[in-house]
Design a protein around this ligand. Structure first.
Ligand code: ZN
Ligand code: ZN
Length: 592
C-alpha cells in the first residue's frame, strides 16, 4: 500500500509540474483539474483563444517539465482563508467553483506551491520536492468536458504517467505499446474474425473465422456443463414489461433496457438479463429437495443500453451473449455449490493460462432480506475462500454486494499484467420470493430456494477480445480458425496436395466444425509469399509438399513460429494434430 501511496504522490506532483509548464508555455491558460490515476495522471486546461496544443507540442512541454523538476523546488503546503483563495484565483472560474464548494462543505482551503513560484488549489498529498518525480512521460491528448458534463465547456486534457525509475517507465511504455499492437479492434478485423459497422452500433459482425472461435468456446462450455450436472435451455429474447416488473428490473434497470413500444398497450422489452426467464422455467414443475441443486444454463442473447461513448469494440457492446447459469439450491448447499463453481472457474481459466483471483463483496447498506441469512452466507463464503486460498488469498470489498445478496467476483490477469473483471457468482435471496418459487423439503413443507447467478466467461465476445489480445492473435490449435494449410512447392505437386487434403478432411475428430480445418494454397504467388501469407494469419501449421514428400507419403511441417520438421509420415502428423486439439494445448511446438 505504501508503494501505491508513493506512486500516487509522485504522479500527483508530476501533474502540478505539467500545469506549471503549461502556464509558462501558454500564457493565459487556465488549469481546471488534474488528478493522479491508476496508471498515471492527467490535467484539464482551458487554452487561451486561438491557441491549440497537439502531440507535436509534447516534446516542448516535457522539456519545460524537466527544467522545473531539475530546479529542485520543494512542494509547500499552505492553508488560506476564503477571501485569500478567491483573490489568488480571481481569474480562474474553475478554481473559484472548487473554492465555493470546499467552503460550503466547511473544509479548510489549502494550496500547494512549487517553491514560491507556482501555486494550485490542492489538498495533496505530494512528494516533498519536485525532484522526487523520477521518470515521466506525456502520453495523449483529448477533449474533456468540465466535470464530465457535455453541457459544460470542452477543455483540453493531457495524459501522462510517472514512475520511480526510467526502467519501470520503460516497461510500462513497452506493455502499453504491446497492448496497442494487440488491440482486438485492429487485430480482429485484420484476421477476418470480426467487423464493426457504424450502421450497426454496439454489435459486431462475427465473420466466418471469428464465429469458429465463438463456436469452439461455446461447445467446450456446453459439453463441460453437461458433464457437470447443468441443463442447458433457451428463453425468449423479447418479453412483456410485466415480467421485469415482477423481477424489479423495470424499476431499477429501465434506463439500460431497449424498449419496443409500437403498441402502447403491450410494451415489449429486449431482455437485459436472463434471470426472470430462468425463474419462470423453474416454476413450471413442483420441485422437490431431491431436484436441488437445479442448474439451468443458457447463453441467450442480451441487450443492454449504454451511453454511445462507453461502447468499446467487443469490450462494451449493446448486444452480447453471456454464459449464464441460474442454480436453485437450499441454504445447506451454498458451500458445496460454491466449491463446484470455483472448480469450474479454475478449470476454464487454467486452460488459457489466465491467472485468476477472487473478491468477495459483502452486505450493502440498502440490502433486502434477513440480516441473519446474509451473515450466515457471508461466513460460509469467507470460510470457503479461506480454506481454498488461505487468509490472504482473496480480497474483501465491504458493502459492495448486490442489494439481493453477497457476490464473489473473479478477476484475472492477462500476459500484459492487465486486470479484468470476468466471472461472478452471486447469491440471491430475493428473486425466488418475488416469483413465488418453491420446492418441497424432506418433511413435505414448501420452502423458498436460494438462487445462484453465475457466469464464467462473462460476455463471450468480450472474452474473445481478451483472448485475441492475450494471445496476440496466435490462438492455440483447438481455437484456430484454420488448423493447417497445405502449400505445394510448385504446381507439379498439386495432385499429391489434393490427396493429403482429402485424407485430412476425412479424419474423424470432434470439433465445433465438421472436423479438421484444413485449407490449400495453390495460388500463383511465389512459394515464399505463400509461406508469408500463412504466417500473417497465424495459421499454426504449414504442410509443405514436394518431390520428397510425394515419394514417401509424408509432409514437411513448419509452425507459425518457424520450427521446421521434414518428412513426417502423414499418419504421424494427423496423430500430433489430433492430440493438440483434444488436449487444448497452448503449445504448438512439435516434438522432434
Ligand atoms: Zn495537487
Ligand atoms: Zn441472473
Amino acid at each position: 500500500m505504501e508503494d501505491y501511496n508513493d506512486l500516487f504522490r509522485m504522479r500527483h506532483t508530476a501533474q502540478h509540474v505539467l500545469a506549471y509548464a503549461m502556464e509558462i508555455l501558454f500564457p493565459g491558460v487556465k488549469k481546471a483539474m488534474g488528478p493522479a490515476t491508476a496508471d498515471g495522471f492527467y490535467g484539464d486546461f482551458e487554452l487561451p483563444e486561438g491557441v491549440a496544443v497537439s502531440l507535436d507540442d509534447f516534446q516542448k512541454i516535457e522539456d519545460k517539465m524537466k527544467e522545473i523538476i531539475n530546479s529542485g523546488k520543494d512542494m509547500i503546503y499552505q492553508e488560506v482563508s476564503l477571501a485569500e483563495a478567491k483573490k489568488l484565483f480571481q481569474d480562474n472560474i474553475y478554481k473559484l467553483e472548487w473554492i465555493q464548494e470546499i467552503d460550503a462543505r466547511g473544509e479548510k482551503i489549502s494550496l500547494y506551491w512549487i517553491g514560491d513560484e507556482n501555486v494550485d488549489l490542492c489538498a495533496g498529498p505530494h512528494v516533498g520536492n519536485v525532484k522526487d518525480v523520477k521518470a515521466f512521460k506525456l502520453l495523449n491528448i483529448a477533449g474533456a468536458y468540465w466535470r464530465g458534463d457535455s453541457k459544460n465547456k470542452m477543455l483540453t486534457r493531457i495524459y501522462g504517467t510517472a514512475y520511480p525509475s526510467e526502467k519501470a517507465l520503460k516497461e510500462y511504455l513497452h506493455n502499453r505499446e504491446e497492448a496497442e499492437k494487440r488491440d482486438h479492434r485492429k487485430l480482429g478485423p485484420a484476421l477476418d474474425l470480426i467487423y464493426f459497422d457504424n450502421k450497426s452500433p454496439g454489435a459486431p459482425y462475427w465473420l466466418p473465422k471469428g464465429l469458429i472461435i465463438y463456436k469452439e468456446l461455446y461447445n467446450f462450455w456446453s459439453y463441460y456443463h453437461e458433464d457437470h450436472g447443468y441443463l442447458e435451455y433457451r428463453g425468449p429474447l423479447v418479453n412483456r414489461k410485466e415480467l421485469f416488473e415482477i423481477s424489479g428490473h423495470w424499476d431499477h434497470y429501465k434506463e439500460h433496457m431497449f424498449i419496443l413500444n409500437q403498441d402502447k398497450h403491450n410494451i415489449l422489452v429486449i431482455k437485459p438479463m436472463g434471470c426472470p426467464n430462468a425463474l419462470v422455467a423453474f416454476n413450471l414443475q413442483t420441485r422437490s429437495y431431491q431436484d436441488l441443486p437445479y442448474r439451468l444454463a443458457d447463453v441467450d442473447m442480451l441487450y443492454r443500453h449504454e451511453d454511445a461513448g462507453a461502447l468499446a469494440g467487443l469490450f462494451r457492446t449493446y448486444e452480447f451473449n453471456q454464459d449464464d447459469a441460474h442454480i436453485f439450491i437450499s441454504e445447506d448447499q451454498i458451500e458445496s455449490e460454491y466449491n463446484n463453481i470455483i472448480d469450474i472457474v479454475e478449470d476454464f481459466y487454467n486452460l488459457f493460462e489466465l491467472q485468476c483471483s477472487f473478491q468477495l463483496s459483502t452486505r450493502p447498506d440498502d440490502f433486502m432480506g434477513e440480516v441473519e441469512t446474509w451473515n450466515r452466507a457471508e461466513i460460509i463464503l469467507k470460510d470457503i475462500l479461506t480454506k481454498r486460498f488461505g487468509q490472504d488469498g482473496f480480497t474483501i470489498k465491504e458493502k459492495d454486494g448486490a442489494f439481493y445478496g453477497p457476490k464473489l467476483d473473479i478477476h484475472m490477469k492477462d500476459c500484459l499484467g492487465r486486470e479484468w473483471q470476468m466471472g461472478t457468482i452471486q447469491l440471491d435471496f430475493q428473486l425466488p420470493g418475488r416469483f413465488n418459487s418453491h420446492y418441497i423439503d424432506e418433511n413435505g413443507n414448501r420452502q423458498t430456494p436460494i438462487l445462484l447467478h453465475r457466469v464464467i466467461y462473462g460476455a463471450i465476445g468480450r472474452f474473445i477480445a481478451i483472448l485475441i489480445e492475450h494471445f496476440s492473435g496466435k490462438f492455440p490449435v483447438w481455437l484456430s480458425p484454420v488448423h493447417a494449410v497445405i502449400i505445394p512447392i510448385s504446381d507439379a505437386y498439386s495432385a499429391y496436395a489434393d490427396k493429403i487434403y482429402q485424407v485430412l478432411h476425412d479424419v474423424e475428430i470432434r470439433t465445433a466444425t465438421r472436423g479438421l480445418r484444413i485449407t490449400k494454397d495453390y495460388s500463383s504467388d511465389r512459394f515464399q509469399k505463400r509461406i508469408r501469407n500463412a504466417q500473417v494469419q497465424y495459421i499454426p501449421y504449414m504442410l509443405i509438399v514436394g518431390e520428397n514428400e510425394k515419394n514417401n507419403n509424408t509432409v514437411s511441417v513448419r509452425t507459425r513460429d518457424g520450427q521446421q520438421l521434414n518428412n513426417i509420415p502423414l499418419e504421424n502428423f494427423i496423430e500430433i494434430l489430433k492430440n493438440k486439439i483434444r488436449s487444448k494445448s497452448l503449445e504448438i511446438k512439435l516434438d522432434a
